[in-house]
Write a protein that binds this ligand. Structure first.
Ligand code: PGA
Length: 263
């Protein structure tokens, strides 16, 4: 995994946006895997700025989000459909018909999950999957002990994840759904490139386990060690417990010019 340590979440978000923008410019009809949560917000803001000021064009891009809560209709303000509209889609020229998020209201949940996998396949697979990481190491909503080969399916959230996410529901834990539909770890691993972001001290243990720990379903993000093209952008706080952080800094500082991430 390539570890990119940045001084602040803002600086990390700019790097992430540049990586995504480079793909969109080189492959205008690319397929992006997108994420919700606090972590990618800065990346979406920077991509929006690039769209407004630097003509970054999303008109031919297709998107697939990682997950959605079961039981929340798309118009519910905490649904991930609403989150994506509010924080990204309405600010750029992505075609709404090309944006995909699992249907949390589907009556036939297994059918919806199979349909989602099929839609990803039909689009040609995901070129780049953007990820956050949970404080317990989850990616998407693949909580610890998730099968590392799993595909899109229903999952039950851990109490820790429900508590972490209660802030989006006005702090009211009772409002946080218990179930979600999430891409599986295997679905994420099938993306051609993975870009994981982690900001803040509460992610430091999860990041250390993912990057330097053994590959284990107890930290689903650790399976990214097996991905051929995985980058992890962290701020100083999230990097604080990495044993080899000076090496990662040194590698990044000494990249050949052609590999540098420029904007
Ligand atoms: P966060 O969530 O970005 O809101 O911290 C990350 C995640 O749970 O994947």
């Amino acid at each position: 995994m390539e570890i990119i340590i940045q001084p602040t979440p803002e600086a990390g978000s700019i790097i992430a946006a540049r990586i995504i923008a480079k793909l969109v410019r080189s492959k205008p009809d690319c397929v992006l895997g997108l994420a919700t949560g606090s972590t990618p917000l800065g990346t979406y803001r920077e991509l929006t700025r690039m769209h407004r000021e630097d003509e970054l064009d999303f008109s031919r891009v297709t998107t697939f989000n990682l997950d959605e809560y079961v039981g929340l209709p798309p118009e519910h303000p905490q649904s991930y459909r609403a989150f994506m509209a509010e924080n990204f889609f309405r600010h750029v020229n992505v075609d709404a018909r090309h944006t995909h998020i699992p249907d949390g209201m589907a009556r036939d949940v297994p059918g919806e999950c199979a349909h989602y996998e099929e839609a990803i396949r039909a689009a040609g697979g995901i070129d780049l999957q953007l990820l956050g990481i949970g404080s317990d190491g989850h990616i998407g909503f693949n909580e610890p002990t998730s099968s590392l080969a799993s595909r899109t399916r229903i999952k039950t959230l851990t109490e820790r994840t429900r508590a972490d996410n209660a802030r989006f529901f006005g702090g009211d834990l009772a409002q946080v759904p218990f179930h979600c539909i999430t891409m599986g770890v295997g679905t994420i691993m099938a993306a051609r490139e993975v870009l994981m972001l982690a900001f803040g001290a509460n992610k430091a243990d999860a990041v250390t386990g993912a990057v330097e720990g053994p590959i284990t379903a107890m930290n689903p993000a650790s399976v990214l060690q097996m991905h051929a093209v995985a980058k992890c952008v962290v701020d100083e706080a999230a990097a604080a417990k990495l044993a080899r952080r000076e090496y990662y800094r040194w590698v990044y500082a000494n990249k050949p010019d052609w590999q540098r991430i420029t904007g």
